[in-house]
Design a protein around this ligand. Sequence first.
Ligand code: SF4
Length: 359
Amino acid sequence: MTRQEYFASMKKDHGRRVMAVFPAQYPREILWAMNTLPAEVWDPPLEVTAASAHLQTYICSVVKLGLELILSGKTDDIVDGYLFPHTCDSIQNMAAVVNDYVGVDKPVFFFYHPKAPYSQASRVYYHEQLERLARELAKTFGPLNVEELSRRVAQSQDIAALAAKAYQRQAAGTLGVTSAEFYQVLRQGEYLWPDDFQAELTTLTDRPEVEPSAQPTVVISGVLPNPPAVLTILDDLGVRVGGDDFIGGSRRLLTKPTDKTDPFAALTEMYFSLPPCSTKNSPIDERAAYILGLCRDAGADGVIFYEVKFCETELFDVPNLVEEMKAAGLATLVLDIELNEPETGRLRTRIEAFVEMLR
Ligand code: SF4
């Protein structure tokens, strides 16, 4: 079933709304509780034409492709609204272009996160932003059922526990799937209804354990595992990806369990339990410690910074992180590439040279 067919079936067979959501972190549990499916827009396979007229040339392709998708009209018959989390300046600018200049005939919502350093006031602020978003959505879609929200928050914690188990087995090398297969499953969380995604993760984590093999191992850091060619090249070369520090991966999936019974309080706890991230202004030493921890857990020999071209948010941190990794004796490779870029000889050669160094 294609993604479009899946969305159509969600609407027709389950009476659900579909919300186009831009990266990266947002309280998806509130949408689920309102019978609304978040359809995340990270890297649609489009050629950028119309969007270029509205954007500067040095903007990341997450924004270019997201705006192109809206301008193409391909979302018109599917989505019931748009949600823009204020992840970074580029997404904020795109939200302004869409809402204030281009105009869309569906409601547009915004979600505002606090930025580090965090204090008690940041928690109060985040809690208030959750309630504000719920109120804004309710004006268009009807009231939020708080019991249903509690149920979805609990489900979200179950999903996070499954994701953590998948990452742990990936780190230990006992999962027995290629990196391309691993991320194919994880990325389904960007558009599947939670019950369906939970089933996919359960199938992944229920796989029988395999004996870990002695092979070079890396941790990958960046925005998302695109272009997929990087993963397939690593798989071809027999390199194991033992963990990720992706904005679209562990940095937003691995919330910690909470015993808060109020769903908004639980969501607040979960948000502040996430790993450090460039989009939240997390200090470099916290980010470096997190990546080094991933390397330790996986027994990794190196880190690949797998960055989206013109992602200022990430690229500001990369030089310092590279220094920290080198100081810890790890090999590093920085790839600064466009989303959906096909495999090139140059890309393969750079990765092969890096893998030689690891061996
Ligand atoms: S975090 Fe980076 S890649 Fe993502 S939208 Fe912002 S600038 Fe683009």
